[in-house]
Design a protein around this ligand. Structure first.
Ligand code: PMV
Length: 364
């Protein structure tokens, strides 16, 4: 099993206490991952833009446990803080993550951890913090591992961090590098794997450099259906096989589009991907709808604006009601005006987040 390359039996250096901090970005998929098997393996390959402004900062403070005094020998010892306040509601997810990755990070039970995290976007924005959050935490843990084993290569560091982030939340494995990341085996993309995200390896035309993503916050509430449930519903979904084939073909079609800078083809693929993702939700059993009336209102306004002005603005969606407005850097002025005059009114409290493609995580 190739995962075994990430299993470590011993370390060369001893570590007693310290603190590491990483910042990791969010990402937006262009070809969507929806459906998984085994331990967080994707049913199809996906590709994403790494974002710049939407990110999570995480600090991990660690101290070697004193087992003579510690009564909880068999468990993990950690506390999670969000914006400086203890956040016990995050702890079961971290517990599950630690259980999953312990085989790859055998030191986890030897330390007491304080995990302090904060997001650049409001917690209640409806923007999932799991991708950036799991990526930042995985990087902190790999930073510890590197202190115990300083001869690991940069390549190993980033691949294993992405591998671990994936075990926390699938799409998190695309939140380490930038500007574009592929996750999942694809026959035309050498080095692509189900185990971790890899940088998109082909030429990208300047039309796609600094691509803009303005996130319209349509609904800021808790999702009615979690993505875990959504992925599971793909297991016996009547259209699953066609969907996985469609995603694979869409990724193949995007390769020449990125190379040639063909934005009108890009728009067709990206919008179709977003609607196909939501079509899977509407046709699963049980079925559900995550779009809201204002999501549709925004989509229709984008289509009308494009028809009227010839703009290259388009949309994508993740598993929620918010709309990601994608457009080239050359159209910032026109599209910002359009958002302010026509789209903002459909956001909760007129809120939106201006973002663009970024280069990945960094150590703080
Ligand atoms: O990483 P998860 O399990 O939250 O799933 C994310 C799924 C989508 O955001 C809908 C698509 C994607 O590829 O990011």
């Amino acid at each position: 099993m190739p995962q075994h390359r990430f299993i470590v039996c011993s370390y060369t250096q001893n570590l007693t206490s310290g603190k590491v901090s990483w910042q990791a970005p969010s990402n937006i998929a262009l070809v969507k991952y929806w459906g998984k098997y085994g331990e967080q393996m994707p049913m199809n390959a996906s590709v994403s833009f790494t974002l710049k402004n939407c990110n999570t900062k995480t600090s991990l403070t660690f101290e070697k446990r004193n087992f003579a005094k510690d009564s909880n020998h068999n468990g993990f010892d950690f506390e999670v803080f969000l914006d400086g306040k203890r956040e016990v509601s995050f702890e079961p997810k971290i517990q599950k993550f630690f259980e999953r990755v312990e085989v790859y990070l055998p030191f986890l039970k030897d330390f007491k951890f304080k995990i302090e995290t904060s997001n650049s976007f409001p917690h209640s924005s409806g923007i999932a913090s799991s991708a950036s959050g799991m990526s930042a935490l995985a990087l902190c843990l790999m930073d510890m591992e590197r202190q115990m084993q300083p001869d690991i290569t940069e390549e190993y560091f980033i691949e294993k961090a992405s591998f671990l982030a994936r075990l926390g939340s699938g799409s998190a494995c695309r939140s380490l590098q930038g500007p574009m990341v592929v996750w999942g085996e694809h026959p035309e993309i050498d080095g692509s794997t189900n185990l971790f995200g890899t940088k998109y390896p082909f030429a990208v035309h300047k039309n796609f450099h600094n691509y803009q993503d303005t996130i319209l916050l349509v609904d800021k509430g808790e999702k009615q259906v979690s993505s875990t449930v959504g992925h599971d519903l793909m297991l016996d979904h009547p259209f699953a096989e066609q969907r996985f084939r469609q995603a694979k073909e869409n990724l193949s079609k995007l390769i020449p589009v990125f190379k040639n800078g063909n934005i009108s083809e890009f728009i067709k693929i990206v919008e179709s991907e977003a609607l196909s993702l939501h079509a899977m939700m509407m046709t699963s059993m049980p079925y559900f709808i995550l779009m809201k009336p204002n999501t549709l209102e925004i989509i229709n306004r984008i289509w009308k604006f494009r028809e009227k002005t010839g703009s290259n603005v388009c949309f994508t969606l993740d598993a929620g009601a918010n709309v990601h407005i994608l457009y080239p850097q050359a159209e910032i002025e026109a599209v910002s005006k359009f958002i302010k005059t026509e789209l903002k009114q459909f956001c909760k409290n007129s809120e939106f987040i201006t973002d663009w493609v970024g280069l990945g995580a960094k150590k703080l």
